[in-house]
Design a protein around this ligand. Structure first.
Ligand SMILES: CC(C)(COP(=O)(O)OP(=O)(O)OC[C@H]1O[C@@H](n2cnc3c(N)ncnc32)[C@H](O)[C@@H]1OP(=O)(O)O)[C@@H](O)C(=O)NCCC(=O)NCCS
Length: 154
């Protein structure tokens, strides 16, 4: 029997040798991507970062800062070609599992007010809106608000 696509995805920690591939995926995925230097700093500083691998290629990644008490998801990106296959969910699970290991109590993140797929995913995971950051993100026409989401972890 053929394996389900999601069963062919492997997950591992991000390494410095992944920087160029991740930067490439970042620039393809956002109109206003993080710079290569920001990504590099996250890897150097050992942020909690995981890559989703499909046949030895990175098809998604998550970058988070996990600590006891409060943790943050800073970047969650899946290659457009591979979206809606559960990869974003699996990357979120990896962060949540690690938060639970260090007994982090709260997980926070921000997303654009217009980012329907991200909003759907976060709300499905039980994140609750706790605020808005006015004019937080750049857009081609000006600025857009961010929704701040929080998930209380057990
Ligand atoms: C947000 C993102 C990471 C989700 O990754 P993904 O691998 O597609 O996520 P999953 O497949 O695990 O789940 C996606 C879910 O959203 C749903 N969905 C997708 N687009 C949607 C939309 N426009 N409106 C409502 N639901 C949507 C899918 O049906 C799926 O739900 P299901 O699991 O109940 O079927 C991905 O869309 C992405 O990389 N977007 C661009 C970068 C980005 O905006 N990142 C978030 C920054 S905060």
């Amino acid at each position: 029997m053929a394996a389900k696509f999601s069963q062919l995805i492997e997950y591992r920690d991000i390494e410095m040798s992944d920087l160029d591939t991740i930067y490439d995926l970042e620039t393809k995925s956002y109109n206003f991507p993080w710079t290569r230097n920001i990504l590099k700093d996250c890897i150097i500083n050992r942020y909690d970062s995981f890559a989703a691998m499909y046949s030895n290629n990175i098809v998604g990644y998550v970058i988070s800062k996990i600590s006891s008490i409060e943790s943050h998801i800073l970047n969650l990106t899946v290659d457009e070609k591979y979206r809606n296959n559960g990869i974003g969910s699996e990357l979120l699970d990896m962060v949540i599992n690690k938060c639970q290991i260090v007994q982090s109590e709260i997980l926070l993140l921000e997303t654009r007010l217009t980012n329907d797929s991200a909003i759907f995913l976060y709300e499905k995971y039980g994140f609750k809106k706790i605020g808005l950051r006015k004019n937080y993100y750049k857009t081609s026409l000006g600025k857009e608000d961010a929704i701040v989401y929080r998930k209380i972890l057990n």
